[in-house]
Ligand binder design. Structure first.
Ligand SMILES: Nc1ncnc2c1ncn2[C@@H]1O[C@H](COP(=O)(O)OP(=O)(O)OP(=O)(O)O)[C@@H](O)[C@H]1O
Ligand SMILES: [Mg+2]
Length: 315
């Protein structure tokens, strides 16, 4: 049996919101997520803008404090690890490589930044380690003293990946790592991530709203809607035989995933409801072609077997 490298139990992140007129409310950005990540596996987290994907990443990186729930990483309580300990297990790459790189630092300084915090290496040693890492992510050594604005978008994302991997973490959270890149460059970065995974034995949590990207890289897919998991399963099964009406609609709106027998499904209509005032019952019922009266009042529970889970009364 494969022992999970990450175990998440009933994880919640609720934000208290204060309006300008003294009104208050709660946004349940992440609302009771339970899942495992196995070593060497890629778990995709998909869903529309605002469904809580980045919040999940921030809680796992300890950037945001969880409201409730449990998080184990390598059998240790992830919430009590120091920043340094946590960073030796898990690192993150971001959507906008330019925004996440210090414009006044050279490539090697950016890549070796995590080393300066965590070790007593000299500047020369840090520079050497950065150069080694640059080779691993496909950046030429001559670029070592350049500043971020002198790189292309794809190269900047390679710098982000090199920085994330310099302390040899086992887990990488990739938050929309290719959405800001040209399509031709996207494939290069995805291939790099897959090669690095094979060579270094990495596990990925891969956040994306784009199923055509996820299809190539993920072993499993977790579909989120307003802070909750609506469907979870093996990538091939979820894409070729989606069960939740929301997953079906997501696939329908991504023709490139190439699932021809789903053509008869209703496309996703309407906006994502306000997270401050989500619909009662199943949060998806107002947009769902299958919704019944029960869906308007009762919140469906995620259930299933053989690694396939769905939260819907009508499947
Ligand atoms: N610091 C915060 N304070 C209050 N609300 C927040 C905060 N951060 C996120 N939210 C809210 O939590 C919900 C989830 O946001 P999140 O950024 O996790 O979504 P996302 O799925 O990453 O979206 P996108 O695809 O646009 O990146 C949104 O309604 C957002 O407005
Ligand atoms: Mg996000």
């Amino acid at each position: 049996m494969n022992v999970p490298i990450i175990k998440v139990q009933n994880l919640k992140k609720h934000y208290d919101i204060k309006g300008i007129f003294g009104t208050t409310g709660i946004v349940k950005a992440v609302d009771g997520l339970t899942f495992d990540l196995l070593p060497g596996e890629t778990l995709a987290v998909v869903g529309e803008s605002g469904c809580g994907k980045s919040t999940l990443a921030k809680v796992l990186m300890n950037i945001e404090k969880a409201t409730a729930g449990e998080f184990e990483i390598d059998n240790k309580n992830g919430f009590v690890l120091t920043a340094k300990e946590l960073q030796s297990h898990i690192q993150m790459i971001f959507q906008d490589p330019m925004g996440s790189l210090n414009p006044r630092k050279k490539a090697w300084q950016i890549i070796s930044e995590p080393l300066l915090i965590n070790s007593k290496l000299t500047k020369t040693q840090c520079r050497d380690r950065a150069i080694e890492m640059m080779a691993k992510v496909g950046l030429r050594v001559e670029l070592v003293d350049r500043y971020p604005h002198m790189f292309s978008g794809g190269q900047r994302q390679r710098i982000g990946i090199a920085r994330a991997l310099i302390n040899h973490p086992k887990i990488l959270i990739c938050d929309e790592p290719v959405s800001a890149l040209d399509v031709s460059i996207q494939a290069q970065i995805l291939n790099l991530l897959m090669d690095l995974q094979d060579n270094l034995g990495l596990s990925y949590i891969f956040i994306s709203h784009d199923l055509s990207v996820v299809k190539h890289i993920a072993d499993k897919i977790l579909v989120m809607y307003l802070g909750k998991i609506v469907e979870f399963g093996n990538t091939h099964n979820v894409i070729t035989e989606p069960k939740h009406p929301y997953t079906k609609a997501l696939i329908q709106s991504t023709p490139e995933v190439g699932v021809r027998n789903l053509i008869e499904m209703t496309p996703l209509s309407g906006e994502l409801p306000s997270p401050l005032n989500p619909p009662s019952g199943c949060h998806f019922h107002q947009r769902c072609p299958l919704a019944t009266d029960r869906c308007k009042t009762e919140i469906p529970i995620l259930t299933g077997k053989f690694g396939r889970q769905v939260s819907c009364y009508n499947i």
